[in-house]
Design a protein around this ligand. Structure first.
Ligand code: GLN
Length: 480
């Protein structure tokens, strides 16, 4: 358990059991994860900052509970990492941007606070694309993350650091965020489980906003069971986030192993069209066979507006981003350009020097689609198409219980391969963005390995607030 080898597979239950049984102390476990980080991260670059002092205090509290014989909470002593778009008091929050350099938020995000209350040991903050804009983690101002399964490949994005940290055994689990695929796609590229909960299921309080109507917080884990455990800790209404839902939170681990026999699995034909890699297709077809063998019925269905998903996403996400990112002006947070002779010059230089190229591209695009002359043609139209895309899913879910698709059209691509072609990069999210537009839940679970050893992920999509069913199907895929 002290070697990096076994840690690459350590689950929440493994860690919690080892601590509860006295086999290891939480503080010892935390130290051993910091050792793994010191050994592995120079080649991966997943971590932007470590919060050792706070982590060791959290671990010491757990050790004291064990000594006293107290009942242990769900995540007692479990080492977890946090994507750097979530606030953690006393730790920097850069969102992968230079413009937030030096910013230390004065409060914890609700998701972070809930992990800590459940006994988790929060190791530090994880690298990501700047303001979560990207599909490869190459848009971080702090350098790209390397895929632990193949160092010359991207880990996916934007939560690349979160996926890579779990895959490399540098954390038992991590938090990421998903606005258009940023949890599911990197999970697929790195061979771990990544979950997109229903919009409103987990509070966004303390999440540095990219596109507020699409952004979600969710877990990266080794196993589906761990994802269920974390969702149970994170989900629920939060008075600090008006969009968080009061829908009751079930015990997500209770029905995980309930047979999937009789479940209706929809296979949307639009997700198996041109551009899908042959090995990914074969892995998904094998997964469908396994589900059929487990007693699921398969149904060919159509989501007829799918072709409009990427353009709709890039109108709405950029519109919201242009508004959300207006607050970074050199006055209130982080970086301020030196030597400006007027307030306006200071704003301009701060934003010019503080934001990277992709973020600027999106602010420009978002400002354009919201401008008076183009609002009806782009923004309003995109809102209407968003409704059509949502109805496609609602119609499908009146006939089937879940949908099964590839998570991404290809396995992890090479670093630098798509950096000069934003459109090719945007297409990496072709199977994931629609779920964000519709508000439904999804999960990516490893389902195969390419001939060159790269992980392939299957995506299970489900009805609003029906995380329990997609977890069950993902569990069946994992067990097969
Ligand atoms: N890759 C998509 C984008 O660049 C999605 C990012 C995300 O989910 N945060 O916007």
């Amino acid at each position: 358990m002290t070697t990096a080898m076994t840690k690459t597979a350590m689950t929440i239950d493994d860690a919690r059991q080892a601590i509860a049984s006295g086999k290891t102390k939480a503080t010892t476990l935390a130290e051993s994860f910091y050792q793994t980080i010191a050994a592995e991260d120079p080649k991966i670059n997943a971590w932007l900052s470590l919060s050792r002092e706070r982590a060791l205090q959290q671990a010491a509290r757990v050790d004291a509970m064990v000594t006293r014989g107290d009942a242990l909470p769900a995540l007692a002593g479990v080492p977890i990492g946090i994507k750097d778009v979530l606030t953690m008091q006393g730790a920097p929050a850069t969102a992968g941007s230079k413009i937030l350099e030096g910013y230390q938020p004065p409060y914890d995000a609700t998701a972070v606070a809930r992990l800590e209350s459940a006994g988790a040991v929060l190791l530090g903050k994880l690298n990501c694309d700047e303001f979560a804009m990207g599909s490869s983690n190459e848009n971080s101002a702090y350098g790209p993350v390397h895929n632990p399964r193949a160092l010359d490949r991207v880990p996916g994005g934007s939560s690349g650091g979160s996926a890579a940290a779990v895959a490399a055994g540098m954390a038992v689990a991590t938090l990421g965020t998903d606005t258009g695929g940023s949890i599911r796609q990197p999970a697929s590229f790195c061979g771990v489980v990544g979950m997109l909960p229903t919009y409103g299921r987990i509070s966004r309080y303390g999440l540095i906003a990219f596109a507020s109507s699409l952004d979600r917080v969710g877990p990266f884990t080794h196993t589906v069971r761990d994802a269920a455990t974390l969702l149970g800790v994170l989900a629920g209404h939060d008075p600090m986030d008006a969009t968080s839902s009061p829908v009751p939170v079930p015990d997500y681990t209770a029905d995980l192993n309930k047979p999937v026999k009789g479940l209706r699995v929809g296979v949307p034909r639009e997700y198996f069209a041109e551009g899908l890699d042959a090995e990914v297709r074969a892995a998904i077809e094998k997964t469908l066979d396994q589900l059929r063998a487990a007693g699921c019925t398969l149904h060919n269905i159509s989501l007829p507006h799918t072709q409009y998903a990427i353009p709709t996403y890039y109108v709405l996400a950029t519109a919201e981003a242009s508004s959300n990112l207006a607050r970074f002006d050199g006055v209130r947070y982080g970086y301020r350009a030196p030597q400006a002779d007027s307030l306006n010059a200071m704003y301009r230089r701060t934003r010019d020097g503080g934001f990277g190229a992709e973020v600027k591209r999106r602010i420009l695009l978002g400002t354009y689609v919201l401008s008076a002359g183009y609002y009806d043609a782009y923004y309003r139209k995109a809102q209407q198409v968003r409704m059509l895309l949502t109805r496609d899913y609602l119609q499908a879910f009146s006939e089937v219980d879940v949908l099964l698709t590839p998570t991404a059209p290809t396995p992890a691509f090479r670093l630098g391969e798509k950096t000069d072609d934003p459109l090719a990069m945007y297409l990496a999210d072709i199977y994931t963005v629609t779920a964000n537009l519709a508000g439904i839940c999804g999960i990516s679970v490893p389902c195969g390995i390419s001939k060159t050893g790269l992980p392939i992920g299957a995506q299970v999509l489900g009805r609003h607030f029906d995380e329990a069913t997609i977890l069950r199907v993902a569990q069946a895929i994992e067990s097969a």
